[in-house]
Design a protein around this ligand. Structure first.
Ligand code: 6LW
Length: 522
């Protein structure tokens, strides 16, 4: 055995909107996927050697035929995926709730290419696959939340080559009685079948419960000390822990990945989280009676003991700076729904990201010309350099902090009343306000910036060669899930729109920076 290089690691292991994690191990390599909802490409996939440091290696759903998000409402689309590896193939199974269909894709390499979807005759959400030692393969999922059948966990045998069901769909466990029994995963451990699920809803009552049986279809015996993970009603910076997946290491130890949230550390005013549901890691220990528990008796913290994990000091692997010099977007970037053809380019003006605005705006649940990356840190600074010379009334392009189409703030260049102006706008539900507009007669390459701390975003711009001008601010809490709803977290986005018609001019972004270390400068 080798000694770990670091005895501690910090949670979350994937900060920002990365919910419903699912993990699998192939030799010494770990792979992890998360939900992606109405963002495209779908289902980011990550690699790690130590379970702590993850590097994104691609997405499982990269084409419209794999992921059609036409007309997708915000926070619908791709729900909880499960990732498994069996006999040389990776399988990722999930639900596209935009049309409500379950499917899986498979790949020889986790980086892709991933197959076309294998569509399943299987209702409900949160499908999972289990490859048993005897060659049988089970699909396990949630059912009943749309009303036609009893609420709980259902299972059937499936042919993984065709996706056809080989047995009837059977109800196997209702959970312990809390709301929303979902996110099931089946494992065979020490000769028994263990059924791990989430209960209590994905909000502050979230938890993980487990049951076991000698047979895959039960009867399932509930762990007498369920839940095995929850932060409901406790005072912790981490809340809503639940929706877990387990993985066994080569040394026989077990670990769990799961989602949690971090309400912004603001005094008074209730709990609000705007970074989304994030991915956490905790060790699993087994009682002498053969029951697992996650973390310290079901609780976890921001600094955790790495135990035997081979934690290395890896460099930061998320996007800090993009000069837009490559022909391909960094994996950190997402579109809202499938991007409209011709709405973006890295090659038309090499070295710059070009966005071509259409009639669609940030206020529409549609494919606005937009690329965004998640806000992953409470304190951070983002900035971009924009060249944009519109000639039609209403055209605009800029930088947004975006939760969904009804909750977003932006600083932008816009053509209004025959002049190019810097604008600052906030939309909070049915409140919509252009807070400031001033003529901008400066040169190309205006720098638009947002500085974030846990409670406030400050928006500013810099005319090339001049000092920064603070221009407006907005509360983070008004973009939180508690206010804006949904399952996602805040993005910083570059966007362009003609506000009702096609833009006459392209928006050219020369670079983008994300600085998580930032101390507020203004
Ligand atoms: C997901 C369900 C859940 O399908 O929220 O937290 C849903 N758990 O299992 C959307 O992420």
């Amino acid at each position: 055995m080798f000694a770990p290089l670091s005895s501690k690691y910090s949670n979350p292991i994937l900060p920002g909107f990365y919910p419903d994690p699912s993990v699998c191990r192939v030799g010494a390599d770990f792979y992890l996927v998360t939900s992606s909802f109405h963002y495209f490409p779908g289902v980011p996939i990550f690699h790690s050697r130590d379970l702590v440091h993850w590097r994104q290696i691609g997405h499982c759903l990269t084409s419209r035929s794999q992921l059609n998000l036409d007309g997708c409402k915000s926070s619908l689309g791709i729900f909880a995926p499960t990732l498994r590896f069996h006999k040389g193939l990776f399988y990722m199974i999930t639900t596209n709730t935009n049309g409500f269909r379950n499917f899986y894709v498979w790949a020889k390499q986790p980086e892709g290419p991933w197959s076309e979807p294998v569509w399943l005759d299987w209702p409900g959400i949160d499908p999972s696959l289990f490859f048993d030692e005897d060659g049988r393969v089970y699909i396990t999922g949630n059912g009943g939340f749309l009303g036609d059948e009893a609420l709980g966990i259902y299972q059937a045998e499936i042919n993984p080559e065709t996706g056809s069901l080989l047995s009837e769909r059977r109800f196997i466990w209702a959970g312990t009685g809390a709301k929303a029994p979902e996110g099931p995963h089946l494992y065979k451990i020490h000769g028994k079948y263990y059924l791990l699920i989430a209960e209590g809803g994905t909000e502050y009552g979230h938890m993980v419960t487990i049951a076991r049986s000698d047979h895959p279809y039960g009867p399932y015996e509930s762990h007498p000390f369920n839940p095995i993970l929850t932060h409901r009603s406790i005072d912790s910076p981490i809340q809503a822990t639940g929706h877990a997946d387990l993985v066994e290491l080569e040394d026989g130890s077990w670990w769990a990945v799961f989602l949690g949230i971090r309400p912004a550390p603001v005094q008074f005013g209730g709990l609000h989280h705007h970074l989304g549901r994030e991915t956490f890691l905790a060790p699993v220990t087994w009682s002498t009676e053969g029951w697992p528990v996650i973390g310290e008796r079901g609780r976890v913290s921001e600094m955790m003991d790495a135990r035997s994990l081979p934690v290395t000091a890896e460099p930061i692997s998320y996007l800090l700076e993009d000069e837009f010099n490559l022909n391909q977007l960094d994996f950190s970037w997402n579109f809202l729904r499938n991007p409209e053809e011709g709405s973006w380019s890295l090659t038309e003006n090499p070295g710059q990201l070009m966005l071509k605005g259409s009639a669609v705006t940030l206020d529409d649940a549609d494919s606005v010309a937009f690329i965004g990356r998640r806000q992953q840190h409470f304190c951070c600074a983002v900035s971009t350099s924009l060249s944009f010379n519109p000639t039609l009334e209403g055209e605009e392009a800029g930088l947004t902090v975006y939760m969904n189409e009804k909750f977003h703030y932006e600083i932008a260049l816009s053509y209004r009343e025959g002049k190019r102006k810097v604008i600052f706008r906030r939309r909070v539900g049915s409140l919509w306000k252009l807070e400031r507009e001033e003529e901008y007669d400066g040169p190309d390459g205006i720098i638009l910036s947002i500085d974030a701390d846990p409670s406030r975003y400050i928006f500013s711009y810099t005319r090339p060669g001049r000092t920064q001008t603070a221009y407006g601010s907005g509360e983070c809490s008004l973009l939180s899930t508690e206010v804006a709803g949904g399952f996602t977290g805040v993005y910083f986005g570059l966007y362009a729109t003609g506000n009702g018609r096609k833009c006459s001019a392209p928006a050219l972004f020369d670079w983008f920076r994300y600085n998580p270390e930032s101390q507020r400068r203004i």
